[in-house]
Design a binder for this molecule. Structure first.
Ligand code: NDP
Length: 450
């Protein structure tokens, strides 16, 4: 049945939609142990319905640059599945954004949101707009134009977008401002807002901290290991990477790498996070090559030096690796190198950063591997906490959000690991996550009819 569904999907999606098919294939294939366990799945056509988005919204975004020239970008919102609650998922502004990329992200989001146990459905959106090198006023004009097209489709109980690559609290602030101007409504229609107006404390830290809370729990339960004193590698230098590095350092780990779209830093003395922040935060996005000029002993390797399906960052020996940049950034060659160098755990912070072949190798070789939909779910969970605070007009303090996040990440680990055991695939956290998430969504879809 899975093959038939994948073939139909290939027919209806052009070949540029590879990442979407990759994500669907991974999920459907991992559901094998459960698919025949309940006749209602077939009766209610759950798999067939699950792989088609509820709707794909595409629009034209027209804005003026600083030279008063008209610029045009594509804008999208994919509302994939709202069986468990309002659509929820980030907005990505990056030139690589296509319908295919967003469909993969929205599909993954259904399962991630289900794993949190919270009442949120799956969606994703964004634009092929490139924020790099744009002035603050250009970002404002783009965000306003984007929201003018998006606002009819979203709402606090309908669809609540958040940030993702290229969209941080600055962009969410501009988007929210325009939503308010158009609708005259001040409600929790976006999450990841600045704290000054409706944002939750800890939302910026949530994904990265959650990744490390998950890793700490997994290492303690599976191997009775801790992160203290261990060398770790992290890729990326954005929101998720920075907060993953910060929490790892707080727990005593030695993080020796970070990267961006042009290259990677290896700093054997431990990454100087303030330096990375100076280069990357507040929409600056300066090159990491600058880091190596400023920090003695650090080495910068441009991306062009690793053309053969391998990446400089994964050549560095480590105890645990945390891919936190983008999809398919850790390949089979990278996985071989990590294993050869003694890496015992790979914890995804980004969405689908590891290729299927690399995951297979990690699992075969007994490397603990956690899929992003489990280990990076802390971000969307704190977004849901923000929705709760907005709805009740409350403000929770930092410690309260942090405690709730830590507890939620432990629960996700437990859910994933117990499900893997129950279905005879112990320590296969990919299958554990997919099965646990699927069961919750499928039950809701059955109970809601069609
Ligand atoms: P940011 O835009 O803050 O940072 C992205 C980082 O990845 C930047 O350092 C960027 O480099 C780098 N990068 C982007 N494209 C590439 C590429 N093709 N090759 C190498 N590096 C690249 O995004 P986030 O940190 O928010 O997101 C990172 C990942 O985490 C994404 O997969 C996202 O979907 C996922 N995620 C994010 C959540 C969140 O709360 N923000 C929640 C859950 C998942 P440069 O500086 O050069 O642009």
């Amino acid at each position: 049945m899975v093959e038939k569904i994948l073939a139909n999907l290939k027919k209806s999606n052009c070949m540029t939609d590879n990442t979407f098919l990759q994500a669907v294939s991974e999920v459907l294939n991992s559901l094998e142990p459960i698919i025949n366990s309940d006749s209602r799945y077939e009766q209610f056509a759950i798999l067939e319905r699950l792989v088609i988005p509820d709707r794909v919204i595409q629009f034209k975004v027209q804005w003026l640059d600083d030279q008063n020239r008209v610029q045009i970008n594509n804008g999208y919102r994919i509302q994939f599945n709202n069986s468990l609650g309002p659509y929820k998922g980030g907005l990505r502004f990056h030139p690589s954004v296509t319908t295919g990329v967003l469909k993969f992200l929205a599909f993954e989001q259904i399962f991630k949101n289900s794993l949190t146990g919270l009442p949120i459905g799956g969606a994703k959106g964004g634009s092929d707009f490139d924020p790099k090198g744009k002035s603050d006023f250009e970002i404002i004009r783009f965000c306003r134009a984007f929201m003018r097209e998006l606002y009819p489709y979203i709402g606090a109980r309908v669809d609540v977008p958040a940030g993702d690559i290229g969209v941080g609290s600055r962009e969410i602030g501009y988007l929210f401002g325009e939503y308010k101007r158009i609708t005259h409504q001040y409600d929790g229609v976006l999450s990841g807002k600045p704290y000054a107006f409706g944002g939750s404390l800890m939302r910026p830290q949530a994904t990265g901290y959650g990744v490390v809370y998950f890793a700490r729990e997994m290492l303690a339960q599976e191997l009775q290991e801790s992160l203290e004193g261990k060398v770790c590698t992290v890729s990326g230098a954005g929101n998720v990477a920075i907060h993953t590095i910060e929490k790892l350092q707080q727990l005593g780990a030695i993080v020796v790498t970070c990267s961006d779209s042009d290259g990677a830093i290896y700093d054997p003395n431990g990454i100087d996070l303030d330096r990375v922040r100076e280069l990357k935060e507040g929409g600056k996005r300066l090159s990491l090559a600058e880091y190596s000029h400023q920090v003695p002993g650090s080495i910068y390797t441009p991306k062009s030096e690793y053309p053969n399906e391998a990446h400089a960052i994964w050549q560095i020996p480590c105890f645990a690796a945390f891919p936190c940049a983008t999809q398919n950034e850790l390949t089979l060659n990278d996985a071989k190198k990590l294993i050869e160098n003694g890496c015992i755990a790979v914890v995804e912070g980004a969405n689908m950063p590891t290729t299927p072949e690399a995951i297979e190798l990690f699992q075969r070789e007994g490397v603990l591997f956690s899929p992003g939909k489990a280990s990076n779910a802390g971000g969307v969970a704190v977004s849901e906490f923000e929705m709760s605070q907005n709805a009740s007009m409350e403000k929770w303090d930092f410690d309260k959000v942090d405690r709730k996040l830590d507890e939620l990440m432990r629960q996700i680990y437990k859910r994933v690991s117990l499900t893997a055991k129950e279905y005879g695939v112990e320590r296969n956290f990919v299958n554990g996550a997919n099965i646990a998430a699927f069961k919750r969504v499928a039950e809701a879809m059955i109970l809601e009819g069609f």
